[in-house]
Design a protein around this ligand. Structure first.
Ligand code: FMN
Length: 360
């Protein structure tokens, strides 16, 4: 039987030749201005064999940026710089969508000179990465209700610039404890306006931002990443099943191209899941393609597709060390394991574009 990971799939309006996707990976190879560069173009082109590349998280505004040397997409110069990346990926036969990021409270004034914003006045646990090393997070300021249209306009502006830059679509980063996730969960959202309180209200920002992206791209080129099975970066909710069942229903109603779930195993090696994987359950709510992520091997990925638990798999760390991951899965070649985690967010080609394709 042929490996189901190798069969094509329509991810909304994007046709992927296989079901092995690059998961979004922050690599910190941009610069202070958030510009893309030739090294990033080379990195993505090396991985163009993926059914679809989901870019590293990219800040939609200076306010939304919380990681030094993460790229941005809020001005024309940044959009221009991304053209070399989209061109290189397309020249290599690939497809790439841009992951749109507002980090909310997981940010620091050192990066942009203002107090970080969030759903409510809360403080992220731990320390922020800044241009001057690690510093404790500060308390975020609750966004005023009248500021929400401006926030949505920032997402829409970024989506438009992503189009100018030549991407094939956009993904809303709704996962991992960043701004959208901070609004979703009652541990970080204590608002009393239309964006807080009931589950319907807490999912309103997710819905309105997704609608804004759809206005620019059409639903078939918009995807969303959620992390229902995860309590990362201090975001918690009293009922993640009720919350995410509703959130996924909202996205199903909007008919987006695909849903990606960060869905780690209870004993995951890069953040642990809160319980068993959610993708099979969420597939009963979301009718479009569900891309599942975290802790998958070639075997467990194929098995998940065979069992109907997911429609495609996104691989993160495996793609760091195996740029030709699709070929390795197709031919049963061994994977290069490990890689040095200190190079994940480094600033050089080493540990980034330095991994060769398989050779016997
Ligand atoms: C170096 C690194 C950077 C990451 N950056 C992002 C990111 O920008 N956006 C995102 O949604 N997830 C990010 N993640 C999470 C990955 O997309 C993925 O969920 C995680 O690596 C687990 O998948 P894996 O087991 O296939 O590696 C990152 C993970 C790593 C290791």
């Amino acid at each position: 039987m042929t490996n189901p990971l190798l069969s094509p799939i329509a991810l909304g309006d994007i046709t992927a030749p296989n079901r092995i996707l690059l998961a979004p990976l922050t690599r910190g190879r941009s610069n202070r201005e958030g510009l893309a560069n030739p090294l990033m173009a080379q990195y993505y082109a090396q991985r163009a064999g993926a059914g679809l590349l989901i870019s590293e998280a990219t800040a939609i505004s200076a306010e939304g940026r919380g990681w030094p040397n993460a790229p941005g997409i809020w001005n024309r110069e940044q959009a221009e710089s991304w053209k070399q990346v989209t061109q290189a990926v397309h020249d290599a036969g690939g497809r790439i969508v841009l992951q749109l990021w507002h980090m909310g409270r997981v940010s620091h004034p050192q990066l942009h000179g203002i107090q970080p914003v969030s759903a409510s006045a809360t403080t992220a646990p731990g320390e922020a990465h800044t241009f001057e090393g690690k510093q404790p997070y500060v308390e975020a300021r609750a966004l005023e209700t009248h500021e929400i249209p401006r926030l949505i306009a920032d997402y829409e502006n970024a989506a438009r610039l992503a189009k100018e830059a030549g991407f094939d679509g956009v993904q809303l980063h709704g996962a991992n404890g960043y701004l959208i996730d901070q609004f979703l969960r009652d541990g970080t959202n204590h608002r009393t306006d239309d964006y807080g309180g009931s589950i319907e209200n807490r999912t309103r920002l997710l819905k309105e931002v997704t609608q804004a992206l759809i206005r620019v791209w059409g639903a078939g080129r918009v995807s969303v990443r959620l992390s229902p099975n995860d309590g990362i970066q201090g975001v918690e909710d009293s009922d993640t099943y009720a919350l995410f069942d509703h959130a996924v229903k909202v996205l199903d109603d909007l008919n987006i191209g695909f849903l990606e779930i960060r869905d780690p195993l209870p004993s995951g090696t890069f953040g642990s899941g809160l319980g068993p994987r959610r993708s099979a359950h969420l597939k009963t709510i979301f009718k479009g393609p569900v891309v599942d992520n975290a802790d998958y091997t070639a075997q467990s990925g194929a098995a998940a597709l065979e069992k109907g638990e997911a429609d495609a798999i996104s691989y993160g760390r495996p793609f760091i060390t195996n740029p030709d991951l699709v070929d390795r899965i197709a031919h049963g070649h061994p994977w290069t394991e490990g890689g040095d985690p200190s190079a994940w967010y480094g600033n050089s080609a080493e540990g980034y574009t330095s991994f060769p394709p398989y050779s016997a």
